[in-house]
Write a protein that binds this ligand. Structure first.
Ligand code: S3P
Length: 433
């Protein structure tokens, strides 16, 4: 996919459904008894893999129309007659492992080449402590793995990194464990599981503890199917909004963006950098605050991003780095070692891609510093199949001096099907090479 700089961008678009909430709506719907009707579900590859997985675990899943899905849960998972292939989705596999661990079933989880490289013990470690049995098929800590669940005991688990995936997997297992499961995290990570568990009828207790946060739930609680309205994904909205900020003369509005404060770190950061970002039409939808965000071309300046903000924007550093390339001065992004174990080593790939496009980047073990200036472009960027690395460089190319090409644009569909068409609709010059 090649993007050529030139045209300005203008228009209003809708953010696709939130990926985190979409995974959870299918998984909780399958664990629950009764019907869950979902509207606004993200129909990206990651979510379709989760939909197939919960069907294999015994739920009946029906697509009623665009983004409208029904899940008939049977109040538990059965042993699937196939390997559960989660594709590219770390959230999908980790939450499904947590959910499956609570039932007396044996299941093998696998994923694509990227997911097979990602650490799984961060989730299977606590699940094993609760009583699940893990059999690594190739290499310890890596997919494929066979999990046998059932008869779990609650644990009190202290996380060293703020990770919603770890927290959520333990809580989903804890639902079917004996006793009260507690997860403590150093900083608050996204709280979609806690909110949705409550919407499905579970009691979840949350509060501060020491310098961090504690979430507890009692085992043996039953979930009941419910209606879920999926708000727009701020992590996806970030790409058209970034284009609005960096393309001269641009004005881009993204409607219906979720404004959960544990997800809006990027918007706060951009505003500190001088971005002309306005939020209108704030309203409540599906238990979350949403709003319409307008980004206008802005003169950005580099800042040091507070490390305490990392959890609230961990997926947004690639696009932040791309916008930082157009800012005056240095943008310092530290305390983000977790970026190295996402769909790719995102610190290394952003550093390599931006450098290839003529941007000054200093890579550190747990972060990087991007110094803005004229962005030459004129490069082909290696994405290792990472959707956010691809979209970040395509946005960069919109405002670079010469065209930018990304090698695996097909992977964008994992989280943002329709991204290219949306950007073309705003005026972008993007085409398959
Ligand atoms: C997610 C949590 C984050 C994030 C991922 C989605 C979730 O991962 O990077 O894209 O839905 O819980 P970690 O919890 O591992 O940081």
């Amino acid at each position: 996919m090649t993007v050529r700089p030139g045209p300005s961008l203008n228009g209003s678009v809708r953010a696709p459904g939130d990926k985190s909430i979409s995974h959870r709506s299918l998984i909780l719907g399958a664990m629950a008894t009764g019907t869950t009707e979902i509207e606004g579900l993200l129909e990206g590859e990651d979510i379709l893999a989760t939909a197939r997985a919960v069907e294999a675990f015994g739920a009946t899943v029906t697509r009623l129309g665009a983004g409208r899905w029904r899940v008939e849960g049977r109040g538990g998972f059965v042993t699937p007659d196939q390997i559960i292939d989660c594709g590219n989705a770390g959230t999908g596999v980790r939450l499904l492992m947590g959910a499956a661990a609570g039932y007396p079933i044996t299941v093998t989880f696998d994923g694509d080449a990227s997911l097979r490289k990602r650490p799984m013990k961060r989730v299977t470690g606590p699940l094993a402590e609760m009583g699940a049995y893990l059999d690594w098929q190739a290499e310890e800590d890596r997919l494929p793995v066979t999990l046998s669940g059932g008869s779990l005991n609650a644990i009190d688990y202290e996380q060293t990194v703020a990770s919603a995936q770890i927290k959520s997997a333990i809580l989903l297992a804890g639902l079917n464990a004996s006793g009260t499961t507690t997860v403590t995290e150093p900083e608050k990570s996204r709280d979609h599981s806690e909110r949705m568990l409550r919407a499905f009828g579970a009691e979840v207790d949350v509060g501060p503890i020491g310098g961090g946060w504690r979430v507890s739930l009692k085992g043996g609680q039953r979930l009941t199917g419910t209606a879920v309205s999926v708000p727009g994904d701020p992590s996806s909205a970030a790409f058209p909004l970034a284009a609005g900020l960096v393309v001269p003369g641009a004005e881009v509005t993204v409607e219906g963006v979720m404004l959960n404060p544990l997800r809006t770190g990027l918007f706060e950061t951009w505003i500190e950098m001088g971005a002309d970002l306005t939020i209108t039409n704030r309203r409540s939808s599906g238990g979350e605050e949403v709003g319409d965000i307008t980004a206008r071309h802005s003169r950005l300046k580099g800042i040091a991003v507070p490390e305490s903000r990392a959890a609230s924007m961990i997926d947004e550093y690639p696009i932040l780095a791309a916008t930082a390339a157009f800012a005056e001065g240095a943008t310092v992004m530290r305390g983000i070692g977790e970026m190295r174990v996402k769909e790719s080593d995102r610190i290394a790939l952003m550093a390599a891609g931006l450098t290839a496009c003529g941007v000054k980047v200093q890579e550190e073990p747990e972060g990087f510093i991007v110094t803005g200036g004229p962005v030459r472009g004129g490069a082909t960027v290696t994405t290792h199949g990472d959707h956010r690395i691809a979209m970040s460089h395509l946005v960069l190319g919109l405002a670079a001096q010469a065209a930018v090409t990304v090698d695996e644009p097909g992977m964008i569909a994992t989280s943002f099907p329709g991204f290219v068409e949306m950007m073309q609709g705003l005026g972008a010059n993007m085409e398959v090479a």
